[in-house]
Design a protein around this ligand. Sequence first.
Ligand code: NDP
Length: 286
Amino acid sequence: MRPSGAARLAGVVGWPVAHSLSPRLHGAWLDRYGIDGAYVPFAVDSQHLECFLRLIPHMGVVGVNITLPHKEAALALMDAATPIARQIGAVNMVTVEDGRLVGDNTDAPGFWAHLRASLGARGIAALHGRPLVVLGAGGAARAVAAALLDHLDGPVRVINRSLARAQSLAAMFATERLVPIPWESRAAALEEAGLIVNATSLGMAGAPPLALALDRAMAGAVVYDCVYSPLETALLKQAKARGLGAIGGLGMLAHQARPAFARWFGAQPEVTAELYDELESALRAR
Ligand code: NDP
C-alpha cells in the first residue's frame, strides 16, 4: 500500500544508514498488514543527532529506531528511558509520547525471543544451570547479558578484548553471576558452557573473523552469532562442522523490531519464513 498524506511516519537513524535492513523489514510488515504508514532511513551524523531528535516530535514522526553509531549517545538525549535501556546504557527505539522522546532497548528481548524460538522449551531448559559465554562488551553484549541474567541462572562469562570494558559491564549489572575473563583465555572459557554468544563485531562483512577455536566446547553447546551479514559466519560454519548448535543473528534483528512496529503502526507483526526470505534476499543483493 502506498502511504497517503495521513500515513504514520517512522524510520531508522544511523550514520551511515544505507546498510540498514530495518526499512525492508518494516516495509514488508506494512505491506503484509495493509497499513497506511512509511518507514524510512534517516542518515544523520553525530553532530546533528540531537537536533534531529529534537525535531521529530514536530514532524509528525511516531518513532525512530537508532542504529550505529548513535545507540549510546541517544540515551542522554531522551526525556525518559525505560529501565532496560538505562541498564544496558543504550537506546535502539525512540517513541514520541505527548511530544516527549521516550527511549527503550529491544535488543535484549529480541535476542531472547529469537533464542527461545530457535531452541524451543527443551533447548532452553538444557541451558539452566550451565555457564554461559558472551564475547564482547559493547551494546549488543550488554543486551545479551541482560537477557541471559534475566532468563537463565548460570554464571555469565564475559570475554572482551579490552578486559576493563568487560569489568565495567560486570559492574554495571552489579551481580557476581557476571565473570569478566581476559580475551587470551577465551578458548578455555568455553568449557562446560551451554551457550556461546558472539556479540563482538568480528566476523561481520568487512571485519576480521572471530579467532576462536571451539574444540573445548562441550557436546550439545549452542553457538549464537549476533552478526547477520554474512548470514553464516566462519564461527557458525565451525560450530556446524563440530556438530554444535549454530544460530545466526538475523532473527534477533527481526524480533527486536516487533515491539516498535506494534507500538507505532498498531499491529503485532509476525516473524515468518517469508520475512526471512525477504531479508536474506536483501542481504544477498548487497
Ligand atoms: P560495539 O561497537 O558497541 O562493540 C563492539 C565489540 O566488538 C566490542 O566488544 C569490541 O571490543 C569488539 N571488537 C571489535 N573489534 C575487535 C577486534 N579486532 N578484536 C576483538 N574484539 C573486537 O558494537 P555492538 O555491540 O553494537 O555490535 C556488535 C555486533 O553485534 C555487530 O556485529 C552488530 O552488527 C551486531 N548486532 C546485531 C544485532 C542483531 O539484531 N542481530 C543487534 C545489535 C548488534 P573492545 O571493547 O575491546 O573494543
